[in-house]
Write a protein of this length. Structure first.
Length: 155
């Protein structure tokens, strides 16, 4: 996945590829977990209204990307290694997502590895580009998850 290190490509092209990696890795983990365990999704976990879509696709990606800044500052007090920073950040985000529903954190871990790595790579270019790129990746990834949820509602 060399493309994740390539900031010379356009932000949108990068974001689409990274969102695909993020979504497909999380989907694979979800399929593996669900093939071994029957999990019931809490009714209040999410919905399919316009406001739910706005929250998943616009608000959460912006809010969580901005929260990455202080999280990276905190992790930076512990280590300067990029690989450890990515893993620690993804673990923090998985833990936070697990507060709503434990399996959600498991599914979110790989996605936040991609988000964290992308943020750190793009931050070397500029903080603004890091924020825009990761927000876009996260929004595209959540769009896929939201659409999958809609299909599940219909089926």
């Amino acid at each position: 996945m060399k493309f994740l290190r390539d900031t010379d490509q356009g932000i949108f092209s990068y974001a689409v590829k990274a969102a695909f990696v993020s979504f497909s890795s999380a989907a694979l983990i979800a399929l593996l977990v669900l093939s071994f365990y029957e999990l019931e999704t809490p009714e209040d976990l999410g919905g399919t209204s316009f406001m739910d879509a706005f929250g998943y696709i616009v608000f959460a990606p912006i809010f969580e990307t901005l929260l990455m800044i202080p999280i990276f500052k905190l992790i930076g007090c512990l280590t300067k290694r990029m690989d450890l920073t990515v893993i620690l950040s993804a673990l923090i985000w998985a833990g936070l997502h697990s507060l709503a529903w434990l399996p959600w954190g498991i599914f979110a871990f790989s996605a936040f590895c991609v988000f964290s790595y992308s943020f750190l790579i793009w931050r070397e270019v500029s903080l603004k580009k890091a924020i825009v790129t990761v927000t876009l990746i996260h929004g595209l990834r959540n769009t896929g998850a939201f659409l999958l949820g809609l299909v599940g509602e219909v089926a």
